[in-house]
Design a protein around this ligand. Sequence first.
Ligand SMILES: [Zn+2]
Length: 268
Amino acid sequence: MSSFQLGLVIGIAVAGSVALLAFALRLLKPSGAWAAFALGSVVFGLGGLQWSVALITFFLLSSLLSKLSPQRGRKERERTEMIFEKGSTRDAGQVWANGGVAGIIVIIHHFHPDPSIFIAYLGALAAAAADTWGTEIGVMSGGRTISLLTLRRVEVGRSGGVSAMGSLGAVAGAASVAASAAWWSDDPLRTILPVVAGTAGMLADSLLGATLQAGYRCRRCGMRTERSIHCGDPAEPVTGFRWMNNDLVNLLCCATGGGIAWLLAACF
Ligand SMILES: [Zn+2]
């Protein structure tokens, strides 16, 4: 067995264990666990340790944050879960939306090894982390939230809404992914690039959330929501495009983070 084949086998075994554990801890739904197994096999098997640590850092910290936030109060949590399209137990769509771009970058790097591509990978994951942390910390702290587009005040948790604490949380999330790779980097500037790119990805996410993302109003309770079904009935579409759902917005957020990180890495 070659060292490449050995790495692949170890990667698949580790990915299977992580996916199973995450399913047991209710971080992932069954479809999410299968997706995580596939994504993890690619990243752990083709990328190796450096790439794996970044993915696990993103996944563990973001999942923990999502599971911690219910402690703010069940009522508040139930209210925000009624607004968001998806809950804190991730399905396959969410796994691919947050990790799919990173997975594609690992495959590109496998065929065209280049240090800038690793920075792009970190940028894609940093964007996913920035979005998750920004949302969770923004909702948890519940401070003044404004629309990035109109600069008018909107309710906490609205797509495209930004708050001071949420933005700080987003930068911290991007920094957590960048920090996980700092051990392997001897250039502090290149360590910071994914933080900048990840934050930019999160801003793109908020802009899309405020413009093109599908937004609905419940015909029964009147709540503004990302869900197309609310209170058991189809909700009335009020903003954006119906096909521009939360997963697609997150995917574009990661693509923006990865693309900007790659551009920055090519320049610096
Ligand atoms: Zn409703």
